[in-house]
Design a protein around this ligand. Structure first.
Ligand code: 13P
Ligand code: SF4
Length: 330
């Protein structure tokens, strides 16, 4: 395939469109390509079950960033969303990093365009910036320390108590962190479209129907939802909680992909996705995460495209706050 043709396809579709011989056994081929190319597959908990099962590592954003940093593979295949693959490239720039679909974005990352953020930051010249990892590489260059939902409390507490702080881009996580740490961080007004759609009324009804269930939630959910939760945490923290809790039933307010690992870890427990305001949508699915599939993964490994590429100066600047996060998280 001509280079120009590939470029046009990536711009239009976000991935290479190529017919796949129906006799090809995708899982076998992906595993063969992985060996041949000395690649490592990193999948986030939110992608489909078959993409989690084929991965070398499945994890939350922090765990996957840590794996990307220490991998000895030549190529990192990131089955997740763009900011995650970009982070992998930033912390390990000598590796080739590929993502099955370039259009796998993130509503949170999109909510903080860099020029708007710079204007906002200029209003608070004496503030340090903590950015949630769900943001663009450009935003990371304007950041002092990055965090994920796993280490956010630790990162905030690593600053002196009187430090003036901006938190971006997730206002829900930021609000939660303010309440836990007693800080008064200035919040950027961004949110995740998946975690903002839960219906408090319907969750309360469901909790009434299942009095024996623990309600658990990701901190990207809005405050009224979090107030109902028995446990609040990152995807890996929610996964750990269901294993440790004596309860046998859980109502889960986060993206549905995590249920696959919960069911694997606790086959005899029951997991109920938290209900959304709109009962007609697949709202518990992140439409960006769900752009990944086995076909695209296979084509992407075959052509080693789409590849994440970033200017050297962006890598250099964005690496600093990520390295600080990884250091604090040790
Ligand atoms: P975790 O860091 O908990 O895996 O969350 C990632 C994410 O995108 C949440 O929406
Ligand atoms: Fe972004 Fe929300 Fe999807 Fe996570 S679930 S990747 S925050 S849009």
């Amino acid at each position: 395939m001509e280079r120009e043709q590939v470029q046009i396809m990536l711009e239009q579709n976000g991935h290479i469109v190529e017919p796949i011989d129906p006799t090809v056994k995708l899982v076998e081929e992906i595993n063969r390509l992985k060996k041949e190319k000395n690649a490592v597959i990193l999948s986030h908990y939110y992608v489909d079950a078959d993409l989690q099962d084929i991965a070398d590592y499945v994890g939350d954003s922090l765990q996957l960033a840590q794996e990307a940093e220490k991998t000895e593979a030549d190529m990192i295949v990131f089955v997740g969303v763009h900011f995650m693959a970009e982070t992998a490239k930033i912390i390990n720039p000598s590796k080739k990093v590929i993502l099955p679909d370039l259009k796998a974005g993130c509503s949170l990352a999109d909510s903080a365009p860099i020029d708007k953020f710079k204007e906002f930051k200029a209003k608070y010249p004496d503030h340090k910036v903590i950015s949630y990892i769900n943001c663009t590489a450009d935003l990371k260059t304007e950041t002092d320390v990055v965090c994920t939902s796993s280490n956010a409390v630790k990162i905030v507490n690593s600053f002196p108590e009187d430090a003036k702080l901006i938190f971006a881009p997730d206002k829900n996580l930021g609000n939660y962190l303010n309440s836990i740490t007693g800080r008064d961080m200035v919040l950027w007004d961004g949110a995740c479209m998946v975690h903002e759609q839960y219906s408090v009324e319907k969750i309360i009804d469901l909790m009434e129907q299942h009095k024996d269930a623990d309600f658990i939630a990701h901190p990207e959910c809005e405050k009224p939802v979090l107030l109902l939760a028995k446990h609040i945490g990152s995807t890996s923290s929610l996964l750990q909680y269901v294993q440790d809790s004596p309860a046998n039933k859980f109502i889960v307010a986060t993206e549905s992909g995590i249920l696959h690992q919960m069911k694997k870890a606790c086959p005899n427990k029951i997991f109920i996705p938290a209900p959304s305001n709109d009962s007609t949508c697949a709202c518990n699915d992140c439409s960006y995460m769900k752009l990944n599939n086995l076909q695209k993964l296979y084509i992407c490994m075959k052509h080693e495209q789409p590849e994440i590429q970033l200017p050297a100066d962006i890598i250099e600047e964005a690496q600093k706050p990520i390295k600080r996060m990884l250091e604090i998280s040790k």
